[in-house]
Design a protein around this ligand. Structure first.
Ligand SMILES: Cc1cc2nc3c(=O)[nH]c(=O)nc-3n(C[C@H](O)[C@H](O)[C@H](O)COP(=O)(O)O)c2cc1C
Length: 182
C-alpha cells in the first residue's frame, strides 16, 4: 500500500483540521492508499519546545515523514499563520525531509481573511525543507464544514467537497512511481 503521512498541527483535540485528515484517510483508504496521521501534539512537549532533535519520539516521527512518498500538512490558522506547534515540529525535521515528495498543504480557519496564509507563511517553510512539488493548498472555512460526532467531517458546501476530492486526487496522481524491488 502507498504510504502518505499527514502532519496534524493543531494543539487542540478534537480538532477540525485533524478531522479533515480523518476524512482524507477514508477517501484514500477506498483507493487502497494508506494515510498515516502524525499528530504533533502527541509528541513530548519538552522535546518540541527545547528543540531536542535526538529525542527518540522526534527521531521516529521525523523518520516517518522522511520515509513517506507524499505528505499532507493540515493546520488551523492561528494569528494569520500556521500554528506555533506545527513550527516546533517542522524545525526538527532534517533539512531535506520533503525532497521529491508531493506535498498537500491544508488549513482550516475561522474566516476567509487568511486564505493566503498557506502561500505566504507555510509554503516558504516547506520549500526550505526541500519541497519542490507543493500542490495548490486547500483552505477550509469553519462554516463550510462540521466535525462528525464519530470521526471525519461533513462538508456543508458541495464546492468545498469537490475541491477536497480534487486536491486528494491531485496528490495521488503526483505520487512517485514505486520502483519494484529486484
Ligand atoms: C488561538 C487561535 C487563533 C486563531 N486565529 C485565527 C486567525 O488568525 N484567522 C482565522 O481565520 N482563524 C483563526 N482561528 C480559528 C481557527 O483557525 C479555526 O477555528 C480552525 O478551524 C481550528 O482548527 P482546529 O480545531 O484544528 O484547531 C484561531 C483560533 C485560535 C484558537
Amino acid at each position: 500500500m502507498t504510504q502518505i503521512v499527514a502532519i496534524a498541527g493543531s494543539p487542540s483535540h478534537p480538532s477540525r483540521s485533524y478531522a479533515v485528515l480523518e476524512t482524507a484517510q477514508e477517501v484514500l483508504a477506498n483507493q487502497g492508499i494508506r494515510l498515516e496521521i502524525l499528530q504533533v501534539r502527541d509528541l513530548p512537549a519538552e522535546a518540541l519546545v527545547y528543540g531536542q532533535f535526538d529525542h527518540p519520539a522526534v527521531v521516529t516521527a521525523a523518520a516517518q515523514v522522511t520515509a513517506a512518498r507524499a505528505v499532507i500538512i493540515s493546520t488551523p490558522i492561528y494569528k494569520a499563520a500556521y500554528t506555533g506547534l506545527l513550527k516546533t515540529f517542522l524545525d526538527l525535521l532534517p533539512q531535506k525531509a520533503l525532497v521529491n515528495k508531493p506535498i498537500l498543504p491544508i488549513a482550516t480557519g475561522g474566516t476567509l481573511a487568511h486564505l493566503l496564509a498557506i502561500d505566504y507563511a507555510l509554503n516558504p517553510v516547506l520549500g526550505v525543507l526541500g519541497a519542490t512539488q507543493i500542490r495548490p493548498g486547500l483552505y477550509l472555512v469553519d462554516n463550510q464544514f462540521q466535525r462528525r460526532a464519530d470521526q471525519g467531517v461533513e462538508f456543508l458546501d458541495p464546492d468545498l467537497e469537490d475541491r477536497f476530492t480534487t486536491a486528494l486526487a491531485g496528490l495521488v496522481g503526483a505520487l512517485p512511481v514505486a520502483v519494484p524491488s529486484p
